[in-house]
Design a protein around this ligand. Structure first.
Ligand SMILES: CC(C)(COP(=O)(O)OP(=O)(O)OC[C@H]1O[C@@H](n2cnc3c(N)ncnc32)[C@H](O)[C@@H]1OP(=O)(O)O)[C@@H](O)C(=O)NCCC(=O)NCCS
Length: 192
């Protein structure tokens, strides 16, 4: 466990709500997303991911975040806004219905203007603390093999890369993980 994460668990914090474990810089506020936020998040996906993978990539990401996440996965998800109500970051995560000891982070995004400022780490730590308090013993997530920023971020956040069926520049890749041509990198991290 890294030092920042130990902050929460070391203090015996047992909140099941990620909002209670989230400390934000001044001017930013956090809340759970609502269905009305679906369109707002969809509107920033392409730009925040830097149009990675071109139009095909933009479409894939849009389809990976349908409205249902803003209807049914809200209590473990977080949305961050600035003082003017502008969207600055979001995390969509949940506990596995089939495996309650497994937490899953489905999507995380930070406005490019705020990237590298610790928001992604704060969102992850708050989610991990709440997931652990809900009984999860490990957290999982995936990313596309081209998203080297995401691979670097998850590595820094203490995730291990699960062995794949091939490697790209030293990164293990699971071919056709989500369907033909939809390769993924798979991450896992234990929770205390
Ligand atoms: C990936 C992302 C969520 C990270 O959020 P962030 O707020 O920029 O990251 P943080 O500033 O909290 O960084 C946390 C740690 O990861 C490292 N890190 C983050 N992005 C990195 C990158 N592109 N390359 C190398 N290291 C990186 C930071 O150096 C930091 O390390 P430290 O805390 O040990 O000093 C954000 O960059 C983003 O939204 N990217 C575009 C969307 C995306 O790819 N989402 C993830 C895939 S679903």
């Amino acid at each position: 466990m890294d030092a920042a994460s130990a902050r929460w668990w070391g203090r015996g914090v047992t909140t099941t709500d990620p909002l209670d474990a989230l400390a934000l810089p001044g001017g930013l506020t956090a809340r759970h997303p609502t269905e009305a936020d679906h369109a707002r998040v969809q509107a920033v996906l392409a730009a925040w991911w830097g149009h990675m993978g071109g139009e095909h990539g933009d479409l894939q990401r849009a389809l990976l975040l349908p409205r249902l996440f803003f209807q049914h996965m809200t209590d473990t998800s977080t949305l961050v806004e600035d003082a003017d109500g502008r969207l600055v970051a979001f995390l969509v995560g949940f506990l596995s219905p089939a495996h309650p000891d497994v937490a899953y982070i489905h999507f995380v995004g930070v406005d490019p203007a705020a990237q590298g400022g610790g928001l992604g780490r704060r969102l992850y730590e708050a989610f991990l603390a709440a997931a652990a308090a809900r009984g999860a013993r490990e957290v999982r997530c995936i990313t596309g093999p081209d998203n080297r920023g995401s691979v670097a971020f998850h590595t820094r956040m203490g995730f291990a890369l699960e062995p794949g069926d091939r490697e790209e520049d030293g990164v293990p890749v699971h071919s056709d993980y989500d369907g033909p041509g939809l390769d993924r990198v798979s991450f896992v991290r234990p929770l205390p």
